[in-house]
Design a protein around this ligand. Structure first.
Ligand SMILES: [Zn+2]
Length: 68
């Protein structure tokens, strides 16, 4: 099951690049796995762990992996 935003139920989130906050990566969380959006090489993408801030793609929600 894809996880959903607690606020708007959107299933898409994004994270910011650690070095460049203008660079973002679209993610979905399916079960316990992070699935990166189209065209992103998972080898190049930042590591997502329990303190990585995650932003909802649709609303202003921001939180951690464990919150969704
Ligand atoms: Zn949301």
């Amino acid at each position: 099951m894809p996880k959903q935003c607690p606020k708007c139920r959107c299933k898409k989130f994004y994270i910011q690049d650690l070095d460049d906050s203008y660079t973002t990566y679209t993610i979905e969380c399916v079960d316990e796995n992070i699935v990166f959006g189209g065209g992103i090489d998972p080898q190049q993408a930042p590591v997502v762990n329990s303190d990585t801030p995650i932003f909802c793609e649709r609303c202003s929600w921001k939180g951690a992996l464990e919150d969704i």
